[in-house]
Design a protein around this ligand. Sequence first.
Ligand code: ATP
Ligand code: MG
Length: 248
Amino acid sequence: MISRDHPRYHSLIQREMITEAWRKGILADSGMIAHGRGEAFDYLLGERTTEPAARAIRAAAAALLLAKNPVISVNGNTAALVPGAVVELADAIGGKIEINLFHRTEKRVRLIEEVLLENGAREVLGTDELLYIDDIKSPRATASPDGIYSADVVLVPLEDGDRTEILRKSGKTVITIDLNPLSRTSRKASISITDNIVRAIPALIEAVRELEDLSRDELELIVEEFDNPENIRETLKLIDLRRYNPEL
Ligand code: ATP
Ligand code: MG
């Protein structure tokens, strides 16, 4: 039992969720390593949604509301930490959910599908037939025909850099959630949310509810005004400033 007033309470709870998912086979070994890398960046950012992250979340919500076929990609870490929130976000944007795994095994796909269905998902894509995006014959380029393959906007938390690049090159708007502002994924995405998925997905749901009554013109303006490279620079500046004042 982790005591609620422990200063690292949230972080310890996430570790428990991650190791539990690993024990069940939902998460590959490398998923635990990825989580550790995320924790380090979360510490540097102060373990809260920073101002640049909040701006990226607002732009992402607008892009998701404008999308014709928005799809949320789910991997082991996402299924371990925020399965219910992912389903809620998909409902809020009228979007689809697709399982997409770096270390894909049939067993892990079934286990993640089960978790999502238990959390109220009506449909889970990426479980059977997959096509190659732009005919790139690589395991990094596979996608479900009705899902990411034909999507115009994709939300890919904790995505790999190569895959992000393939998705961008195929003309999709790529929104990523990745705590590392310097990762290839963050630098290649259209909108990079440098925040922990446990905070970013609920914040996205809230932003979607706030913006859903805006006109298309107003939503387009929010997306156009967002400058991703500049936003990443702001995040890095914040990490740097915290060395003088950790309370920032
Ligand atoms: P690149 O994009 O440069 O290829 P990578 O794919 O090799 O990087 P990984 O460690 O495989 O990097 O990917 C995991 C990424 O997910 C890391 O950048 C890490 O910071 C991030 N991450 C881990 N846990 C979380 C989390 N809970 N929320 C948000 N991001 C996270
Ligand atoms: Mg990588």
